[in-house]
Design a binder for this molecule. Structure first.
Ligand code: AMP
Length: 287
């Protein structure tokens, strides 16, 4: 497995593969990798000749009071995991390699990125779309892989790819969970033991939502109320939102139907966690 730390090194490798006619899969990450990330690499390795993973804590997607500085990092451990998953090339640039001092060009997907997480994180998706655009231009992958854990991110990137005619297939991969159901996340490491227990309430609320849907409930307000009641059982849970939205536009819907998304953001202590489920997808399973 090779490591490219700047644009020149990355482009040199990509050029060789393109000349050989090989297909390329790209898995963008912020590192501190776990089995959720690994599932993207596995999906890429299964369908592409070469897999590139980026490990880059992208500063433009963090707001001024967010956890850019404290975001967990362990590049050596990441490389061990990536190598074991058959990744061919890791792109690990410094922020200064990605953003010149006078950088001033951004990609901003309107509408979809303003709801849900976009309400409390107004520049987040602009940063995501900007860095993904840069990665797409650098790697020119045939497929790019994202986790459904970040369902809004996946929807925003799909829209950006469609609207700006990027020649890439966007692949969404199922949420990978801990054995007890908590969605795997690099940010779970912020949780102390008590908070880790309390964090299970997200999964319990998601499970309740799925049960309600399976029992035939389609009214968004009823679904939301049930899930909020469940979250309220945990005193440490500070709910930012529970919303039922159209899976493509991320706009609220009154009646839950195929392809719609139920998404939540909840703070446990100072740690902000997200989770979701999509109508018609039965890929929820712990462990
Ligand atoms: P991050 O490093 O948090 O930016 O995540 C990089 C990619 O891994 C994103 O596409 C995430 O959606 C995906 N990812 C993170 N956690 C999970 C998970 N538990 N299951 C599936 N995909 C995940």
């Amino acid at each position: 497995m090779k490591v490219a730390v700047n644009e020149q090194q990355l482009r040199a490798e990509i050029k060789k593969w393109k000349e050989e006619g090989l297909t390329i899969g790209l898995c963008p990450t912020m590192g501190f990798l776990h089995e959720g990330h690994a599932s993207l690499m596995a999906a890429s390795a299964a369908s592409c000749d070469r897999t590139v993973a980026s490990v880059f804590v992208n500063p433009t997607q963090f707001g001024p009071n967010e956890d850019l500085e404290s975001y967990p990092r362990d590049f050596e451990a990441d490389c061990r995991l990536l190598e074991s998953k058959g990744v061919d090339l890791v792109f690990h640039p410094e922020p200064s390699d990605m953003y010149e001092d006078d950088f001033c060009t951004y990609v901003d997907v309107d509408v979809l990125s303003k709801t849900l997480c976009g309400e409390s994180r107004p520049i987040h998706f602009r940063g995501v779309c900007t860095v993904i655009t840069k990665f797409l231009n650098l790697v020119k992958p045939d497929r790019i892989f994202f986790g459904k854990k970040d369902a809004q991110q996946l929807a925003v990137v799909r829209r950006m790819v469609r609207d700006l005619n990027f020649d890439v297939e966007v692949v969404g991969c199922p949420i990978v969970r801990e054995p007890d159901g908590l969605a795997k996340s690099s940010r779970n490491t912020y949780l102390n033991d008590k908070e880790r227990q309390a964090a299970l309430i997200l999964y319990k609320s998601i499970c309740l939502g799925i049960e309600l849907v399976e029992a035939g409930e389609r009214n968004s307000e009823v679904l939301k109320a049930g899930m909020l009641d469940k979250l309220a059982e945990e005193p440490m849970a500070d709910v930012e939102y529970v919303e039922v939205v159209d899976g493509s536009s991320m706009q609220p819907v009154e009646t839950f139907k195929e392809g719609d998304l139920v998404a939540m953001a909840v703070r446990i202590g100072t740690t902000r966690l997200i989770d979701n489920f999509t109508a018609g997808e039965n890929d929820i399973k712990a462990g």
